[in-house]
Write a protein that binds this ligand. Structure first.
Ligand code: 1PR
Length: 535
């Protein structure tokens, strides 16, 4: 019947549910949105992608009468798949801004990961599962990695053990999935876990899919180091949106016409990198600081198209800040970010505005709650907010000469200087600010940032390797994940940065665009070097 191909989706309008929708459509299903509790009770199969904060989600469910309908639906053992917060809400309560009462279907309390154990929180990235019981929807996973992004988790206990179908290890064992009859929920994001994730959704949607296949027992591993492909995007002089690439942030060809270097089309390249095994794709709208991004609809369109068939996390940056347009209409940074999330971004990356926010915070010592970092992380969670740092090395003879954190450098400066500090810049490196990368990183962590994208203007486009001194400095200074960026020129640079620093991910642009080093070779090299990666 017509209903055979319909998935009912419970979306209460917080965050990026576009990817789940895209994945469901990609697998050949239509979507019916829950409007009333009756829609929910009458669903044939229900997917509940929880996004945002626990309390906000419970609040909406209670207010709309959905909580009761959801419990009824699940108690009837009807086909259900909860994702991320959609798993956590099934438990009794959560400590997230709480305690806050949950649906109470599964015994246990959802608590925060303990970062004092030396594990970075949020838990962001690809991890493998210990599959404890043949859960049919996990049949294709085996030892392959799936994508997690969360700060809270439920842990196994005697009371909930009959629910658990897999666990994952991140400093401790936590519940990665639950199953009872037709009811499933997963802490990871199948819609962001590439082919493996799509197979989880496929097995939920088509319960009789390839019954001959025997489940492979997964085993726990370490969080994989991520390899990220970055696309610097801007309009060229003809007005076309192109992927460009700078040389120490200079993106113009040194020819008579001085054109913006053009390395391809954003949507096509993103798709290519997804197929090649990129663990994430980042888009940086590098002229966003001067063009208002909501006026820049092509960028939103790029995200929408990309998310139709790229099933790994997408980050977008450039121009995220409060803004008043030519007609005097005011947009908060939160509105700007919301538009990006709605268009398919999982994280937003903030550059210039984060520098101003950190300067202000360090000056006053007061968290106003009004900075873009605070506003966006409050609504979408810390994991959705990345700060992009664009520092430039400043060499020093005497480390006590500046009030910023200085470090001894492995390669002395042009006049034999043995020390340096890293000066933050705004507006695409055009303006240096009175704050160091170290001070910025610590301040933005306090303001709610979930991850740092650490560039280095000196190394950008040089292909001589990451700035190990800088990456080490920053990744040791904060307890959120740090993405090393700028300078990758060979596969060895990736193992170097992972062996010598605490970076969680490494990002590259030029070598992928110029097809000098395929992503797959980077992964193979890392794997041979004994570094955990998603293959
Ligand atoms: O300040 O919030 O509007 O954000 C602007 C964003 O645009 C920032 O994230 C900033 O890093 C980026 N950006 C601005 N100007 C440039 C430029 O190149 N002229 N791109 C720029 C920064 C750096 C990396 C690059 C790596 C790896 N690009 O993204 O991809 O350095 O390159 P490589 O592997 O080729 O060495 P706001």
């Amino acid at each position: 019947s017509e209903e055979d191909n319909v998935v009912t989706l419970l979306d209460y309008g917080a965050g990026n549910v576009r990817s789940v929708r895209n994945a469901i459509r990609f697998l050949g299903f239509d979507i019916k949105d829950v409007q009333t509790p009756e829609d929910l009770v009458n669903a044939r199969r229900l997917i509940f992608p929880g996004v945002g904060a626990f309390a906000a989600a419970m609040d909406v469910l209670n207010r709309k009468g959905m909580a009761e309908a959801l419990c009824y639906y699940i108690e009837q053992d009807r086909p259900f798949l909860g994702i991320c917060l959609g798993l956590q809400l099934l438990f009794e309560s959560s400590e997230e801004n709480g305690p806050v009462k949950g649906l109470g279907l599964i015994p246990g309390i959802v608590g925060r990961f303990d970062s004092s154990r030396g594990f970075r929180v949020p838990h962001i990235g690809w991890n493998s599962l210990q599959i404890t019981e043949g859960s049919d929807i996990l049949n294709d996973i085996g030892n392959r990695h799936v994508y997690f992004v969360h700060s809270y988790r439920a842990v196994p206990s005697d009371d909930n053990k009959e629910w658990i179908s897999s666990t994952c290890n991140y400093g401790e064992n936590f519940i990665a999935s639950v199953k009872r009859g037709n009811v499933h929920a997963v802490q990871f994001h199948p819609e962001k876990s590439g082919d493996v994730g799509l197979s989880v959704l496929r097995r939920f949607l088509y319960p009789k899919y390839d019954m001959t296949k025997k489940p492979v027992q997964g085993k726990a591993s370490k969080l994989a180091k991520r390899v990220i492909a970055c696309l610097d995007v801007r309009a060229n002089d003809r007005g076309d949106l192109v992927v460009t690439k700078g040389d120490q942030y200079d993106v113009r060809e040194h020819t008579e016409d001085n054109e913006v270097r053009n390395l391809g089309k954003p949507v096509d390249l993103a798709r290519q990198y997804y197929r090649d095994g990129a663990d994430e794709v980042s888009f940086l709208n590098i002229t966003g600081f001067r063009d208002f991004p909501l006026g820049d609809l092509p960028m939103l369109q790029v995200l929408r198209y990309t998310s139709e068939n790229v099933f790994v996390p997408l980050t977008v940056g450039g121009g995220i800040r409060d803004f008043t347009d030519g007609n005097g209409r005011y947009y908060s940074s939160l509105e700007v970010a919301s538009e990006y999330f709605r268009s398919g971004a999982d994280k937003v990356s903030i550059g210039s505005d984060a520098v101003y926010a950190a300067e202000e915070y360090l000056k006053t010592g007061v968290k106003t709650g009004k900075s873009s970092l605070e506003q966006i992380s409050r609504v979408y969670g810390n994991q959705a907010v990345v700060v992009s740092i664009d520092p430039r090395r400043v060499y020093l003879k005497d480390p006590d000469n500046v009030k910023f954190k200085t470090i001894p450098v492995r390669n002395p400066g042009p006049n034999g200087e043995e020390y340096a500090w890293y000066q933050c810049t705004v507006n695409g490196g055009r303006e240096g600010r009175p704050i160091g990368a170290y001070e910025l990183a610590k301040a933005v962590e306090e303001l709610g940032t979930g991850e740092i994208l650490l560039n280095c203007i000196n190394c950008d486009g040089q292909g001589k390797g990451f700035d190990i001194d800088l990456v080490k400095l920053i990744s040791d200074a904060v307890s959120i994940p740090v993405i090393a960026s700028s300078g990758a020129g060979a596969v060895e640079h990736f193992s170097e940065v992972f062996n010598q620093t605490n970076a969680s991910a490494a990002l590259a642009a030029g070598i992928f665009h110029r097809k000098e080093v395929p992503i797959q070779s980077v992964k193979e090299h890392l794997s041979k070097a004994g570094i955990e990666v998603r293959i």
